[in-house]
Design a protein around this ligand. Structure first.
Ligand SMILES: Nc1ncnc2c1ncn2[C@@H]1O[C@H](COP(=O)(O)OP(=O)(O)O)[C@@H](O)[C@H]1O
Ligand SMILES: [Mg+2]
Length: 236
C-alpha cells in the first residue's frame, strides 16, 4: 500500500502524509506521541475518513479486506459470538464455530460467548475486538492500541497468535502501541509520526535505537523512562 500526498484536516489538526509505503505481508508499527495522528492515519487507510487530497494506492487489496481493532470497539446489539461472526456473515464466508470456541477458550471468554457484547468490561471488549479481526483473516489488520491495553498474559497470547499466523499465511499488520518493547518484538518496519506527518520509516532497530532525529530519540527515551518508573500507561 502506498500513501502519497494525503492531506486531511480534522478540527484544528492537520495530517499530511507525503510518502508512506506499507509493504504487504509485513508487521508494521506506528509510533509517536499522543495526538500525533496515528488513529487518524488508520481511519484514512480504512476509508472511515476521506482525504482532501492525495491518494492511497491499495495495490490490489480490496479495501473491504482491511479491518481495524480499535481502542473503542464497535459492537452490534447482540452476543459476543454474533459479533465475532459478523464480518464473516457480511462476506458470506464459512463460519468455523469450533475455531471460534477454541479462540474464546484461549482468552478466557468461553462463558461469555452468548453474553451481550456491549455489556462486557472494556478489557473483554478489546479481546473480542482482537478475535473478531483474527477470525475474519483479512489482508490488512490494524490494531490501534488494543494490544497495549490488555493484561500481560493476554498481550503475550495475542502476540504469539499474530506471529504464528504470520508464519502460516502472512498478511499486513499495522500495530499502534506505546509499548516499545512490544513494537520491537513484533514489527519488521516502524513508522514514526510527529504532528500529523510520518517523519521517519525503517526497521525497528533503526527507528528505536539508531535514529539521528532528535524528536524520535527524545520520544523513545521518554517512553523508556516511563516504563522504568513503573508508570502504567493506558492510552495514547
Ligand atoms: N473528529 C475530530 N475532530 C477534531 N479533532 C480531532 C478529530 N479527530 C482527531 N482530532 C484531533 O487530531 C489529533 C490527532 O488525533 P489522533 O489521530 O487520534 O492521534 P493519536 O492517535 O496519535 O493519539 C488530536 O489532536 C485530536 O484531538
Ligand atoms: Mg490514537
Amino acid at each position: 500500500m502506498i500513501i502519497s500526498n494525503v492531506e486531511k484536516k480534522v478540527g484544528d489538526f492537520e495530517i499530511k502524509i507525503n510518502d508512506l509505503y506499507i509493504e504487504a505481508g509485513k508487521i508494521h508499527g506506528i509510533i509517536g506521541a499522543n495526538g500525533s495522528g496515528k488513529t487518524t492515519l488508520c481511519k484514512l487507510i480504512m476509508g472511515i475518513l476521506d482525504a482532501e487530497s492525495g491518494q492511497v494506492d491499495y495495490q490490489g487489496i480490496n479495501p473491504k479486506d482491511i479491518t481495524m481493532a480499535s481502542q473503542r470497539p464497535y459492537f452490534t446489539h447482540n452476543s459476543v459470538y454474533e459479533n465475532i461472526c459478523y464480518p464473516l456473515k457480511l462476506r458470506h464466508r464459512k463460519i468455523d464455530e469450533g475455531r471460534i470456541d477454541s479462540l474464546l477458550e484461549m482468552c478466557g471468554l468461553s462463558d461469555k460467548k452468548y453474553q451481550y457484547a456491549r455489556s462486557l468490561s472494556s478489557g473483554e471488549q478489546q479481546k473480542v475486538s482482537m478475535l473478531r479481526a483474527l477470525v475474519f483473516e483479512p489482508e490488512v489488520i490494524m490494531i490501534d492500541e488494543t494490544l497495549s491495553n490488555l493484561d500481560p498474559e493476554t498481550t503475550e497470547l495475542f502476540e504469539q497468535m499474530i506471529l504464528e499466523q504470520q508464519k502460516r499465511k502472512p498478511v499486513t499488520w499495522i500495530l499502534i502501541s506505546h509499548r516499545l518493547a512490544h513494537i520491537y518484538k513484533m514489527c519488521d518496519q516502524v513508522h514514526f509520526m510527529y504532528r500529523g506527518s510520518v517523519i521517519e520509516s525503517g526497521e525497528s532497530r533503526e527507528i528505536l535505537f539508531e535514529s539521528e532525529d532528535k524528536r524520535i530519540r527524545e520520544f523513545v527515551a521518554n517512553e523508556v523512562i516511563k516504563v522504568e518508573d513503573g508508570h502504567g500507561i493506558t492510552e495514547s
